[in-house]
Design a protein. Sequence first.
Length: 101
Amino acid sequence: MKILAIDTSSKNASVAITEDEKELIELNNSEEKTHSQKLMPMIDEVLKKLDLSLDDIDLISSSLGPGSFTGVRIGIATAKAFSDSKNIPAVRSKFFRRISI
């Protein structure tokens, strides 16, 4: 099972793809207040580096925080849009760092 994990709840935005409890790739962006500009290119980059598309993703996870309301909203809205458009199940995770399923 391939999981796209998104965390935009803190100053550091993170995007990762895991498969069967193994992290395949993780990208971080430490620029403050740029999540809305950087998130989509980060997701595009991790998918391209692994030669995947959203059609290959089995689950999307987005962090609930704690953290900035705006940051959390950006991550959840992105996950929800992908979930709705591609019919991929989505979950919200209270803590994201080094996700293990």
